[in-house]
Design a protein around this ligand. Structure first.
Ligand code: CAA
Length: 261
């Protein structure tokens, strides 16, 4: 078993759950926390039995309150650059992982906390979730993609409002903005997230991996280039054993069992 100090790493029914575990600091991301999450993601990548990742926070209060503000005292430009690069490395690792990642937002997701959640593929919020790009309140700007991923997810109008004002929005508002996929009552949160993740883990892994890459990469390309990429991807997925299993299961009127091959 892998040893971690700041996260809890568990595997259950094809789902790996990474829990940020510094509740006394509202699960703020220190460099050590980030590096441990990246290490866990490397294990996810290597483990064929894991098909879905859930990233969440320990306790009832926070997913993560962002980058560690206490470590910013006296921070110079080079240290800030490193902080930005380290957080970006985590966000890119989440985006490039060939398996879907769900951010289970169980409370505050602020600053870097929201940015990491936005680098995940799906976001499920509990009713008590609160989100914001609050950096402006300490005289800073988002440094882990908040000016970019937030804009791509909800559009410039609302992204500017959130980044300029630093206001914290509730789960329902986040759902209306398209920032989260769904809002779940707090007392059913963990079980609903696990159930959703297990269902996703039954879906064809090759198809999900190619669809994730196409949606992520296509967003940066022209429609023409992105559609060409989609045709290539379609060809690759069509050559998988999973497609044949899916077709056979449909004809035989049974549930498919996908193997990711
Ligand atoms: N870094 C370090 N410690 C943090 C933290 C953070 N981002 N957020 C909270 N904590 C700590 C608090 O200092 C406090 O610790 P102590 O008991 O040792 O003082 C503990 O967590 C509990 O927090 P509060 O007492 O403040 O809890 P609250 O319920 O009164 O308030 C809150 C909750 C509104 C989330 C408030 O903690 C807060 O505003 N936190 C900062 C959020 C923020 O601005 N995040 C952005 C960080 S910058 C960033 O992320 C840059 C980037 O883009 C990469």
């Amino acid at each position: 078993m892998m040893e971690f100090k700041y996260i809890i790493y568990e595997k259950n029914e094809g789902v790996a759950t990474i829990t940020l575990n510094r509740p006394e600091a509202l699960n703020a991301f220190s460099e050590e926390v980030i590096n441990e999450v990246i290490r866990a993601l490397e294990d996810v990548k290597a483990d064929e039995n894991i098909r879905v990742v859930v990233l969440t926070g320990a306790g009832e209060k926070a997913f993560s309150a962002g980058a560690d503000i206490k470590a910013m005292k006296g921070m110079n430009a080079l240290k800030a650059r490193k902080l930005s690069q380290t957080g970006e490395k985590l966000c890119v690792a989440l985006e490039n992982l060939e398996k879907p990642v769900i951010a289970a937002i169980n409370g505050y997701a602020l600053g870097g906390g929201l940015e990491v959640a936005m680098a995940c593929d799906l976001r499920i919020a509990s009713e008590n979730a609160r989100m914001g790009q609050t950096e402006i309140n300490i005289g800073l700007i988002p440094g882990w993609g908040g000016t970019q991923r937030l804009t791509r997810l909800i559009g410039m109008t609302k992204a500017k409002e959130l980044v300029f004002t630093g206001k914290i929005i509730d789960a329902k508002t986040a759902e209306q903005l398209g920032l989260v996929n769904m809002v779940v009552p707090q007392d059913k949160f963990r079980e609903t997230v696990q159930q959703f993740a297990v269902e996703l883990a039954q879906k064809a892994p090759v198809a999900i991996k190619v669809a994730k890459a196409l949606i992520n990469k296509g967003a940066e390309a022209s429609l023409d280039a992105a559609l060409a990429l989609e045709s290539e991807g379609f060809g690759v997925v069509a050559s998988s054993e999973d497609l044949q299993e899916g077709v056979s299961a449909f004809i035989e009127k049974r549930k498919p069992v996908f193997k990711g091959k």
